[in-house]
Design a protein around this ligand. Sequence first.
Ligand code: NAI
Ligand code: 13P
Length: 380
Amino acid sequence: MTRNKTQPAQLTMRAKPYEKVAVLGAGSWGTALAALARRAGCRVALWGRDAEALAPIATRQRNLRHLPDVPLPAGIEPTTDIAEALDGASAVLLVVPSRAVRGVCAAAAPHIGADVPVALCAKGVEPESGLMMTQVAEEELGPRPYGVLSGPTFAREAALGHPTAATVAFPFTHVDRLNPAASPAARLAVSVSTESFRAYISDDPVGVEIGGAVKNVIAIACGMMTGAGFAENTRAALITRGLDEMKALAEALGGRRETVTGLAGIGDLSLSCSSPTSRNMSLGMQLGQGLARNACFDGRPVVVEGEGNALSVTDLAHRVRVPMPICETVRAILHEGADLGTAFARLWASPIEGEPRSLAILLDHPADADAVTGLARRIA
Ligand SMILES: NC(=O)C1=CN([C@@H]2O[C@H](COP(=O)(O)OP(=O)(O)OC[C@H]3O[C@@H](n4cnc5c(N)ncnc54)[C@H](O)[C@@H]3O)[C@@H](O)[C@H]2O)C=CC1
Ligand SMILES: O=C(CO)COP(=O)(O)O
């Protein structure tokens, strides 16, 4: 985080926070981001659809439904009126689950100011269309700057003030390069940065978005194998090979490999694959322990983006011809009725590959059908 003495000196610039930030989506992450922006000194409107859940945010500085034990700063303006939330907003954070992004953008469209930048904070790829969240938003809201805020950020920890870092990524225009401090990425970074929350700036939203969507699927895979009783070797293999899948897809879509080695790639992947605090890892663990899907989370509806992402990410990968064997395994188990043990045993006995992919080697794996059945039995 500090400058190495051998690096050239860089002038420190000052970026101006946005005056009013509208946060659309009042779940755990939307509330946490509203708290951060408020602590960073912005005026903050927090839009949600449920008046009962919003009321205590103004009266008791709590979101009792999603972050009950987190004290929120005073002055967040909760509302169920999207026009009111967007009135005078100089930046928008879109923080609903990915399946709701298109609908919320459509509702926002008549009320959002011209040229107001929008940062997508949901981690997913739209099913069927295969569009990333920034592309979905652009279809609904028209031309303006679109970016992404993503990284290893459990909402409760970030809102409680645990030291946390994330990436804010917008494409840099010619003008942004001449004056980076005035770019949407820089202005949004300072609009959410506090003594404990540190935003880094990137000009590669594609790499950042793909990181967030793919890590959810890999976290389900890690959870499945953890739930089935395996430990650290298995998890390390899935994280590392998952990172390779992430890199390949990001690159095929025009993102950069190095972005995937940052906070929104390996950072978020390692977080979500390490702890049942991740809803994705937790779902995988419950399935790996043999629970039926409808019994997971005691039957409660919980946002698990990786479930839909397993389909949408692999559909996208098919389109750009990127092999993603771990994501395919999760897809087969969740959506195509594959047996969990057999699917993972097949993954482990799939052809031996080069590391890195650019070696372009594929060898028949020596494990025979009996060996695959044997491992499958040990997983189940
Ligand atoms: N919770 C976390 O730690 C983090 C979550 N995210 C991402 O943020 C996104 C939102 O997740 P969470 O806030 O965690 O979910 P959550 O389950 O805490 O809350 C979801 C919220 O979205 C609202 N919602 C759902 N559909 C809606 C619709 N059609 N219109 C308006 N509101 C709607 C719900 O009422 C609820 O308030 C997800 O894509 C997630 O991957 C990203 C980083 C951290
Ligand atoms: O994205 C997250 C942390 O960065 C939250 O992860 P889960 O959605 O798996 O809970």
